[in-house]
Write a protein that binds this ligand. Structure first.
Ligand code: PMT
Length: 382
């Protein structure tokens, strides 16, 4: 609690916060009128600036696919969505035509007779479908898109959105898919200006508890002309990071509306740790669901860890429906599940996937299951 208030009093709120609050307030009022369920989806990574006037920052891998794909599925299931995302990460609907993986220009052509720009015939069907859904969400005010960049901005925004969602009660759902940094540089240790490669900020140098070898550690100091001429002198920047306070506790215990449902994610790389860590998180924060995923298989399998039986439920995309993923490792599927009947499961998976002829995104399986759990919770707290 003290850590939390210190955190908030040490940082100025993000400049965009008052505008985001005004937008969210109006959005939530509208959803209340329509008695709609509202989900706050967090998405993408958070940055950890190394300088107050930030030139450099620490980041993580998250592209925001999980969050953006999930937001689309929530909309399909009748929810209104507040999409709190890392600026420039993937957005619902437009993600299908993003600059990096699917350059939007590749979907277009110039009409030979009129010179108008048209969508190439092979993409018409899919794009029409995406465009209709996007327009529907926009025209009916079902999607509010709010950006953040740093971990501090994320935490301020999360607190503000949760407070604004209070009137929604059990109709509020929190789906925390953002990859939030666990470490940061507190304000009192942060350099104001760009860290100079020829000069070390003395506070960082002093706080480093390992002795620094002059020869292999270079963090500035005022070098002599002679030293600066040495061609192979290695250079290092030593950064001391503090843990970011865990705000899930505060969300569960105070910020979120009474009766609402809180879903967090647990990401691991070691299959042996995943379920253990997901369970530990659920016990620690006493919320409602942890969705565990491995970095290498996250597009094809996740595990729902709940306080109620069955406690652990795996969701897997049927083998024939798995999308190709450059970073993914299909041979790691199933490794994090202790007692697994692979043959029976694969038979069931194939049957489930028989009537589908395209790749299936796992969010199409996650969200309907989650909606069922949310419905149960709403009935329980009535
Ligand atoms: O974006 P993609 O490329 O599609 O990848 C999706 C994903 C792998 C990022 C996503 O599925 C996922 O797992 N997101 C959560 C990753 C994560 O931050 O896990 P964690 O173990 O660090 O945190 C667990 C929970 O604690 C999170 O829900 C977070 O909201 C919360 N947390 C984290 C840090 C912090 N300081 N305070 C918190 O409350």
């Amino acid at each position: 609690m003290e850590m939390e208030s210190n955190y908030f009093s040490n940082y100025p709120p993000p400049k965009a916060l008052p505008r985001h609050e005004a937008l969210a307030r109006a959005f939530i009022e509208l959803q209340l009128e329509h008695k709609r369920r509202v989900v706050l989806v967090t998405s993408g990574g958070t940055t950890v600036p190394l300088e107050n006037q930030t030139v450099r920052f620490i980041d993580n891998f998250s592209a925001g696919t999980r969050g953006a794909a999930s937001a689309e599925q929530f909309l399909e299931n009748g929810y209104a969505v507040i999409f709190l995302h890392r600026q420039f990460s993937l957005l619902p609907y437009s993600r299908h035509y993003s600059h990096s993986t699917n350059c939007f220009l590749d979907f277009m052509d110039e009409d030979a007779t009129t010179s108008s720009i048209v969508v190439r015939s092979e993409y018409q069907h899919a794009m029409r479908d995406v465009l209709r859904k996007y327009r529907y969400a926009k025209q009916n005010n079902l999607l509010l898109v709010l950006p953040f960049t740093t971990v501090t901005e994320y935490i301020f925004e999360l607190r503000a959105m949760a407070n604004l969602m209070k009137p929604l009660g059990a109709n509020a759902l929190f789906y925390l898919a953002a990859a939030v940094s666990d470490f940061f540089i507190p304000r009192d240790r942060m350099a104001e200006h760009k860290i100079q490669s020829s000069e070390i900020p003395s506070d960082i140098a002093k706080k480093h508890d390992q002795p620094i070898q002059d020869d292999d550690v270079y963090t500035g100091y005022n070098e002599s002309e002679e030293q600066q001429q040495q061609p192979n002198k290695s250079k290092k920047l030593i950064v001391d990071l503090d843990p970011v306070p865990k705000f899930l506790h505060r969300l569960v215990d105070g910020w979120a509306p009474e009766g609402s449902m809180i879903v967090s994610f647990k990401l691991e790389t070691d299959p042996n740790l995943l379920v253990y860590k997901a369970r530990a998180s659920l016990q620690r924060y006493a919320h409602h669901l942890v969705i565990g995923n491995l970095l290498s298989t996250r597009k094809w399998e996740v595990v729902f860890v709940t306080p109620e039986p069955p406690h652990e439920r795996w969701i897997r995309v049927p083998k024939s429906k798995r999308s190709k993923s450059i970073s993914g490792e299909q041979n790691q599927i199933g490794l994090a599940e202790g007692s697994r009947n692979k043959q029976k499961e694969e038979k069931e998976e194939e049957q489930a996937g028989q009537d589908l002829d395209t790749d299936l995104e796992i969010e199409c399986m996650i969200i309907p299951k989650l909606v069922q759990l949310h419905t149960k919770r709403i009935e329980l707290v009535k």
